[in-house]
Write a protein that binds this ligand. Structure first.
Ligand SMILES: [Zn+2]
Length: 284
């Protein structure tokens, strides 16, 4: 199978009232961990790459790995750009074969965010690529994009309605209290706001900064219309913890495969748990 758009994955998730996991990747082992997990759970899956991941691995490598993964997989696989902050970057990803993109215009005014997002939707739609937009700012650090606590603000539901109506995005990432990176203490999600945004927009919503959000809150968010859940930090933690363990246990080891193999397995297990939590296991 070739890469699919998130539009169709999220439409199926809508019908089935579950969420599709969107897992960040930046190297071969993590791509393989994501695909192995999705295969084991028979789940549709979204591979996503941030601008930082693209800089690290190179866009051609990212796309080639995702295409190969999709070709071999028996489950549907999408390749999504995470937090594209620049129009040209988004266009580059579409041209290189990403099946879906996020245009993050959240640092702009509402008018400017609508304008740039609308422009991306028009072009993406013409070539069958789906688009996620962001409104309100999600705090934390997402691969070099820093949003401080003070800068962060929650999404206004009425603005969300206008944003979705005027841009035509396929999915919306609202800011409702989650944060990128690791949490200090328990995150407090604004569920009434999430519900209102969902009622007024009627489109699939995306939960960013979901690593470290308690399972019951993830389930609640999915019950209220979240159809794509992003996970990055939990994968990094599992991957690097396994590497540390292997390096510590075997200080003389010089074969990278002996370090990265167990890291890949650890990442795969975390991803399998998330897929089951999101309700997408068995949906492929
Ligand atoms: Zn994010």
């Amino acid at each position: 199978m070739g890469l699919v758009s998130i539009r169709e994955l999220l439409a199926a998730a809508e019908k089935g009232a579950y969420a599709v996991g969107a897992f960040n990747c930046n190297n071969m082992e993590i791509v393989q961990a994501i695909i192995e997990a999705a295969e084991a759970e028979k789940a549709p899956v979204i591979l996503q790459a941030s601008q930082g991941a693209i800089r690290y691995a190179g866009i051609n490598y990212i796309v080639a790995m995702a295409r190969e993964a999709a070709a071999q997989a028996s489950v549907p696989v999408a390749l999504h750009l995470d937090h594209g902050t620049d129009f040209n970057q988004v266009m580059l990803c579409i041209r290189h074969g990403f099946s879906s993109v996020m245009i993050d215009g959240s640092r702009y005014s509402l008018e400017e965010n609508i304008a740039v997002t609308k422009k991306v939707v028009e072009i993406a739609r013409a070539v069958g690529v789906s688009v996620e937009g962001e409104l309100g700012r999600i705090r934390g650090t997402e691969d070099e994009i820093k949003v401080s606590e003070r800068e962060a603000f929650f999404t206004d539901p009425e603005e969300a309605r206008r944003f979705v109506r005027e841009t035509g995005v396929d999915a919306l990432a609202p800011s409702i209290g989650t944060a990128h990176g690791r949490y200090r203490g328990r995150p407090e999600l604004d569920f009434p706001r999430l519900q209102k945004i969902r009622e007024l927009t009627g489109i699939p919503l995306v939960l960013h900064g979901s690593s470290g959000v308690p399972d019951e809150d993830i389930r609640q968010a999915i019950a209220l219309g979240v159809r794509k859940v992003n996970i990055d930090t939990n994968i990094r933690e599992a991957f690097v913890a396994a590497m540390r363990r292997e390096l510590g246990d075997n200080p003389g080891e010089i074969d990278p495969r002996k370090i990265l193999g167990p890291a890949r397995e650890a990442a795969r297990e975390v991803i399998r748990e998330k897929i089951r939590l999101f309700g997408s296991a068995g949906k492929a």
